[in-house]
Design a protein around this ligand. Structure first.
Ligand SMILES: Cc1cc2nc3c(=O)[nH]c(=O)nc-3n(C[C@H](O)[C@H](O)[C@H](O)COP(=O)(O)O)c2cc1C
Length: 207
């Protein structure tokens, strides 16, 4: 391939990324769902059987709010964090591209127009959404060791919120530590202080 053609393709690719618009999510419905004890009884990991069926904007909105939305007027969230550092950032990989969940506006900010869902793991799943949890080490306090511990703990709480939401909504999910972080980080345009902890595909179960 000529170098001129490569330049043209790169420019076209970056123009495409710029065209990706923010997704304005509907207001989350924060009532209803299965009773907690029923959701706990149904919580499980699904390792393979996903349908590619998309989540509606309302279901995506409810999912992200349950995961790590703002649930109090002082800006605190549905998952706890050490010193209220709120270190977890949720990147949302959809067929149309990658977005960052902005909890303050409850919308999705565009990151890249690439479909990176298959890049997260050696075993790609057909799930409509891949939630990728990123720890912002600039926000975490304490020693290097406590920053690592707290980044994983906080991702774990968000992951369990997602598990319970999925159990309540009849969605399938699995949290994964076996994420290809080196491959994903440049695709997600991460800064050096942003580190991927876990990813969590979410989708409808295969019928
Ligand atoms: C920190 C952590 C990392 C995990 N990593 C993976 C993974 O890389 N791939 C996978 O298929 N499941 C992964 N799982 C899901 C576990 O396999 C699953 O939770 C376990 O088998 C128990 O099944 P259950 O969630 O249905 O109770 C992980 C779970 C945790 C908590």
């Amino acid at each position: 391939m000529s170098s001129r053609l490569i330049v043209v393709l790169l420019v076209a690719g970056s123009a495409l990324a710029q065209e990706l618009k923010p997704i304005l999510l509907p207001k989350p419905k924060v009532e209803g769902g299965k009773p907690l004890m029923q959701a706990l009884s149904l919580r499980k990991s699904e390792h393979s059987e996903y349908s590619p069926e998309k989540l509606s904007p309302q279901v995506l909105s409810n999912l992200l709010w349950a995961a790590y939305g703002v649930n109090r007027p002082d800006g605190r969230r549905t998952a706890p964090s050490a010193n209220n550092a709120q270190s977890v950032e949720i990147y949302v990989a959809l067929a149309e591209g990658v977005y960052r969940y902005d909890h303050k506006s409850h919308n999705l900010e565009p990151v890249s127009a690439e479909d990176i869902r298959g890049a997260a793991n050696k075993k790609p799943l057909a799930a409509a959404v891949d939630l990728i949890y990123v720890a912002d080490f600039a926000r975490l306090k304490g020693t290097d060791e406590s920053k690592i511990q707290n980044s994983w703990a906080e991702a774990g709480f968000v992951g369990q919120n997602v598990y319970l939401f999925c159990a309540s909504e009849g969605l399938a999910t699995v949290v994964r530590g076996s994420v290809d972080r080196e491959k994903l980080a440049p695709l997600m345009k991460l800064r050096p202080e942003q580190r991927i902890t876990l990813d969590q595909p979410v989708g409808y179960p295969k019928k």
